[in-house]
Every structure is written in structure tokens, then in C-alpha cells.
Design a protein around this ligand. Structure first.
Ligand code: AMP
Length: 495
């Protein structure tokens, strides 16, 4: 099938040709004709399948008719993270360069003022993270009553991040008669409930989920001791000895670990950037750019920050932590070995990780081999004192750190899970209590009167797995200025 057969407009076809695409991907071939017929679409597909173009291309065609009105966007695309939102905007820039449509991005970490000005002028396409969108609605600056087409992208990731109550609220703010395009990689019961509620007679389009990793990826497990400083050392050895290493993404389970590991790698002379939710928007985009353009060969990231990012040509993935959820493993290693290229994925495994490794092997149906044990860590002259746990240092719970409990710390054997309960990496993620961000996480900062329950209570407990990376910490009121501070003060005149 060719793009010309899908019903796209000549302008859009010219843009597709300019992008160098010759054949639609399966999700594009199946979804585009239905979108153009104004049907609701339920797309079960993940990133890497070409799903972004599957909705941007027909949207551009549909939007050629009609005009944007002030404060009333014609279409709305919801994305779970700022990076994904920015990536969708790039797609509109690429395919819609000659369409004359106005596109606005509403994401956290960017001032309200510029976003307000753009909305006020009128936009055809609004791309937003749910929290920031609702903030604009609550400020009365944005009306969703003109939305003709709503896209909910990465819905299962929205669920993981606790966004579903916000999504439900937004669905009720847009007209009942709108067209809805809904994309998710998986269909857990809660997502099914949402689709039953908010999609009208949808066409279901499903493309094969790469639950098994691409055959071009060589996977291996690497034994490591469990203490963070030992893991960092194992990682450095791995990176130094890796063959064909051009660039790599290093995944950690928590944003705090991303920051520590990044600092450590830089200290040890590696060209590394970090990507996690506590960074401001500008730093996040700068980090991604320097990794994409090859300036920095290592990107240390958390799942939430890196999910869905389109970074072609990554030679290696290192899992500094074994992912707690097996499907994250497939997503992580899928960052390499793309488009038929060779890729390598190494996972650091300590004695405490057995359960999670088994879950991964069950999901992928593959036994992942161990490489040889890394050499013993004694006498590692590269390890700097500041990288090791100090004697007597306590973790947040007040318990002593690994270094003190281990009688000599670095030469100690890895301990079984029950022995490492207080260590950083062995703690289940849902115990973490992060400060939430008003833009990229359920809006815990919102006024209680705004919502029936506090955000934490609204979120189903079993879905709080990604609490470890919830976007930037808001200091004070973040960039929100309460309206009472904007009220002009009348002064008594002296005369
Ligand atoms: P996505 O799944 O939307 O993140 O897209 C993954 C990658 O596939 C992006 O780099 C797109 O530019 C690329 N892509 C999308 N559609 C096509 C196509 N029909 N042919 C070749 N590449 C494509």
C-alpha cells in the first residue's frame, strides 16, 4: 500500500515524500483512512511503530478546512510527558511546514504568559500534558468546547503516572460529539473502562507488539554486587570494555539514582547527560539534544523520562537497575537495535534481583545469558573515596548504610533480598514519597475544592509504580502566581 491510497491531502503527501517515507507502517495503513472518515480509533501500538504520524498526518489533512478561534483550540493531543509532547510538536513542524496551521505546546516548566498569548490568538492544534492543560482551563484562559478531535496518546503510561482522573475530567470538558483517537501499548482493565466510556463505536487497530526483543539485540546479564557504589563500578567496567559502543542509554529505576549515577560518570571522565523529572525543561531538552547529536555519548535516564522518545541509532542499553516491571525491560532495550541495526543490552544483576529477572524472562520467553562475572572489585584504584558510602552514613530511614553494615563494604558478597531491605535499590518503588509536580503528575497541588478527593486518594494504589519519577519538584508555588497577588493595590493619595 502507498501513502497516496490513504486519502491524505496533496499537501500532506508532499510533506511525507519530503520526509523520505515511501510506505505507510501497519498502524498508519490501518488507522489513517478511519481517522479521515471521522471515526473514533483505538490504536494498540507503541512507539517505534510510526503511530505519531498515524494521527498527525490525517489531522493535518482534516485541519485544512476551517479556522482557529481565540481561546478555543480545534484539536487537542494529550501526552504523558513534556518530551513526548515536544516530539509530537516536532512531527507537526515536519509534516505541516506548509500548512499554515498554528500549533501550541502546553507543558510544565514553561511560563504561563507565553502559552496564554498563543492560546488567545487561537490555535489549530494544542499539545499538552494533562496537569498544565487543566491549570489553563481553571485560570479561565482556555475553552475546550471547540475541540473537534481529541488524541489521547500513551494511555497506559498515563495510567502508570496516575493521570487517569485528569484524563476523565478533560474528556468531560470537550464536546461529546468530538472524534477521539486513543493510543495505548497495552490494555489493562482500567484502560478498557476508559475506552468503553469515552470512545464511540471505535475502530480497533492493533499492531504486533514487540514483546519479544528485536533479533538484532544481543542481550546479557552481568553479575554485580548490590551496593550502589559497586554497581557504578561494574557499569564503568562494562562501558569501558564494551565493543562497538557508539552511544548508550543507561536506565535507572529512580530519578534520584539517575542524578547520582550521572554525577559519578562525569566525575570519572565519561561524557554523560541525565534525563529525569527533577530537571527543568530547558536542561531536559538540552540533554536530549546533546545525546541525539552525538556530543554526549551517554544518557542516564529513568523510564518515565525516556519513555517513547525517538532516538534512532543507539548502540547500547545498560540497565543499571533491573526494571521492576518486566514490560519496562522490553521498552528499554527496544531503544537499541532499531531499524535492523545491531544493538547490545546489558543488565546489571545482583542477588536481590532474581525475581525481576525471572519475570522478564517469562515475558520475553527467553533465557538471558550471564556474561562472565566481572573481575573482583578489591583494589579498584579508579574508585574515588567520595563515591563510596562513608562509614556510619545513614539512609533516610535512619538505618545505617551498606558501607557500615558490610564490614569492609566493597569486598563483601552480594546479599540476598531480605538482607538488603534498607538499601536504596532493593526498596520497592512504591514506598518512595516524592514531591509531585503540578504539570506532569496528578495535580496534588490543586486546591481541594477543585477536585472531589486529594490526588493521592484518587489514584488507585496499585498504579503508583512510577512514583519514583514524577516530574520536577515544585518550589514554593512553582510558576503559578495566585490571583490575589496580582490584584492592584490602591494607595491613598497624600493630596
Ligand atoms: P513513532 O512510533 O511515531 O515514534 O515513530 C518512530 C519513527 O518512525 C520516527 O522516527 C518516524 O520518523 C519514523 N516513521 C514514521 N512513519 C514512517 C514511515 N512510514 N516510514 C519510515 N519511517 C517512519
Amino acid at each position: 500500500m502507498s501513502f497516496a491510497e490513504l486519502g491524505l491531502s496533496p499537501k500532506v503527501l508532499a510533506a511525507v515524500e519530503a520526509a523520505g517515507y515511501t510506505t505507510p507502517t501497519p498502524i498508519q495503513a490501518q488507522a489513517i483512512p478511519h481517522v479521515l472518515q471521522r471515526r473514533d480509533v483505538l490504536g494498540i501500538a507503541q512507539t517505534g511503530t510510526g503511530k505519531t504520524a498515524a494521527f498527525t498526518l490525517p489531522m493535518l489533512t482534516l485541519l485544512e478546512k476551517g479556522r482557529a478561534r481565540a481561546r478555543m483550540p480545534r484539536t487537542l493531543i494529550l501526552e504523558p510527558t513534556r518530551e513526548l509532547a515536544a516530539q509530537v510538536q516536532e512531527n507537526f513542524d515536519r509534516y505541516g511546514s506548509n500548512s499554515g496551521l498554528s500549533v501550541a505546546l502546553l507543558i510544565g516548566g514553561v511560563s504561563f504568559g507565553d502559552q496564554d498569548a498563543k492560546i488567545t490568538r487561537g490555535v489549530d492544534v494544542l499539545i499538552a500534558t494533562p496537569g498544565r492543560l487543566l491549570d489553563h482551563v481553571e485560570r479561565g484562559k482556555l475553552l475546550l468546547t471547540g475541540v473537534e478531535l481529541l488524541v489521547i496518546d500513551e494511555a497506559d503510561r498515563m495510567l502508570d503516572m496516575g493521570f487517569i482522573p485528569d484524563i476523565e475530567r478533560i474528556c468531560k470538558l470537550v464536546p461529546f460529539t468530538r472524534q477521539t483517537l486513543f493510543f495505548t501499548a497495552t490494555m489493562p482493565a482500567e484502560i478498557k473502562r476508559i475506552t468503553d466510556q469515552f470512545l464511540h463505536n471505535p475502530v480497533q487497530v492493533e499492531v504486533a507488539r514487540p514483546a519479544t526483543a528485536a533479533a538484532t539485540i544481543t542481550q546479557a546479564l552481568v553479575h554485580t554486587r548490590s551496593a550502589p557504589h559497586d554497581k557504578r563500578q561494574t557499569l564503568r567496567r562494562l562501558i569501558r570494555s564494551a565493543e562497538n559502543l557508539k552511544n548508550a542509554i543507561v536506565f535507572c529505576n529512580r530519578k534520584s539514582e539517575v542524578a547520582i549515577l550521572h554525577k559519578s560518570l562525569v566525575k570519572h571522565g565519561f561524557g554523560a547527560v541525565a534525563l529525569h523529572g527533577d530537571m527543568d525543561q530547558r536542561s531536559r531538552m538540552a540533554a536530549l539534544d546533546s545525546f541525539r547529536n552525538g556530543e554526549m555519548p551517554l544518557l542516564v535516564a529513568s523510564d518515565v523520562a525516556a519513555r517513547g522518545l525517538d532516538i534512532p541509532d543507539v548502540s547500547h542499553v545498560f540497565n543499571f537497575d533491573v526494571p521492576i516491571h518486566a514490560d519496562d525491560y522490553v521498552h528499554r532495550i527496544g531503544r537499541t537495535g532499531r531499524a535492523g541495526r545491531s544493538g547490545w543490552a546489558f543488565t546489571l544483576v545482583s542477588a536481590a534481583d532474581g525475581k525481576h529477572v525471572s519475570a522478564i524472562e517469562t515475558l520475553t520467553g527467553n533465557k538471558i545469558p550471564f556474561t562472565n562475572d566481572p573481575p573482583p572489585v578489591e583494589g579498584d584504584d579508579e574508585e574515588e573515596a567520595s563515591d563510596r558510602p562513608r562509614r556510619g552514613r545513614r539512609d533516610r530511614s535512619g538505618k545505617k548504610g551498606e558501607g557500615e553494615r558490610s564490614h569492609g563494604g566493597r569486598t563483601r558478597d552480594a546479599k540476598p533480598a531480605h538482607d538488603t531491605k534498607s538499601t536504596h535499590e532493593a526498596k520497592p518503588a512504591r514506598n518512595a514519597k516524592p514531591v509531585r509536580d503540578a504539570e506532569e503528575s496528578p495535580r496534588a497541588t490543586r486546591n481541594a475544592a477543585d477536585s472531589p478527593k486529594p490526588a493521592d486518594q484518587r489514584r488507585p494504589a496499585q498504579r503508583r509504580r512510577h512514583d519514583e519519577d514524577d516530574g520536577p519538584v515544585v518550589i514554593g508555588l512553582g510558576d503559578h502566581v495566585p490571583s490575589f497577588l496580582l490584584t492592584p493595590i490602591r494607595r491613598k493619595s497624600n493630596g
